[in-house]
Design a protein around this ligand. Sequence first.
Ligand SMILES: [Fe+2]
Length: 124
Amino acid sequence: MSNDKALFCKVNKPEDVEPDSPVAKKHTPVITAPAVFKVGEFYDVKITVGEIEHPNENEHFIQWIEFYIGGVYLGRFDFAPVMTKPEITIPLKLSHRGLDSTLRAVSRCNLHGLWEGSVPVKAE
Ligand SMILES: [Fe+2]
């Protein structure tokens, strides 16, 4: 597995370390969204961090999550440790029929750097 310094040199994905390792399972954003969006209608997209709950302490916490579709920025959410939890639900509407893209979330842990999770979506 990479040492902590190496984690800060790039956006990490589970396949960069061992996908089933605790560091990957605690940091990779998990996106819950419908696979197909009906064009013009809002659907809730939920983003959490980690299959295994990440620490939420002043010394070690998730600082923020950014949300994208493909390379297009959709939003950023900042978190204070202890009092908030790095979990969001945001309504999303897709406007272009035939769009075949990827929802991406990038999170930042103050000790373990940037981590990306993604899920494919279609607009019909
Ligand atoms: Fe961490």
